[in-house]
Design a binder for this molecule. Sequence first.
Ligand code: EAX
Length: 336
Amino acid sequence: MTSGDKSNLLEEMMKLKNLSVAACGLLFVGGVVDAREIQLGHTLSADSHYSVGSDAFKATLEELSGGEFTVREHPAGSLGGERAMIEGLQIGTVDVVITSTGPLGNFVPETYVLDLPFLFDDYDHARAVLDSEIGDDLLADMEQHDIIGLAWSENGFRHMTNSRNEVHGPDDVAGIKIRTMENQVHMNAFRELGASPTPMAFPELFTALQQGTVDAQENPVTVIVATKFWEVQDHISLTGHVYSPAAVLGSGPLWDTLSEEERGWFNEAARASAEATRNEVLRLETEGLDLLRENGMTVIEEVDTTPFQNAIEPVYEAFIERHGAEMLERIQNFEG
Ligand code: EAX
């Protein structure tokens, strides 16, 4: 092939590429505009509370933008675990992620405060704090790390499940091999309880429980239902040991390409997503327990959390030593 042939070939290829880009364009009155497809990832199944949030994000963004943006959902960890997807946001290979705070503190240390056990009393308390200036400040802290904090959504209060024995108090978790999120605060807490924490990305968890690599895991009812953990776990204790927020996050590199108006659409879509997800969490919090029982799990509803709270006290001290007390005190002094 001569160099002339090569440049002709290149030209032909460019034409083809332009054609296919144009073919993706949407026809509007007044001209042709390329619709931009937003790639949205999360780790849970396509019928989970995160999917409900994804649907609301998609509907809102597509409507507000008049079709300028479309949204494609990638559920069930098909783009990787939460840590990998957050990295994707930073380099622009993923546009929007709905994630727990599990690995987030590794990128934005300010958010570790939210992972402290027994910090929030109930759903109303957690939501009020996250919807206040405190939550806004934490979202704003993310931008310097190329992550855009769009809204605080929800995963739910986390409970322990296992296949070894019923858990009523800290003694029952002594020596148990429990999968934790990739999060130093969570790992410390389970160490203080005498368990043996193994950090792991969520997409690996089901198989790890199935194969007995770990005996236990902890997640909200929402996640346990969405993942059918009853297939690999016998007991659940409603320890509610930590509130697990979810965050709707955008990509820094994507943000740089958006106008103020477009950014507003993303913010509104994320808020709609959070609201839809929070409603679904509350629904599943009660209905989900019946589903767990129907599928053979023992549900230990009455758990005295005081011994757990006493045992994890040093986690707060370690946190303050490492991250300071300012944000923690703001949350503890919050009056909604
Ligand atoms: O965000 O990793 C976890 O246990 C999370 O709760 C799950 O991925 C949903």
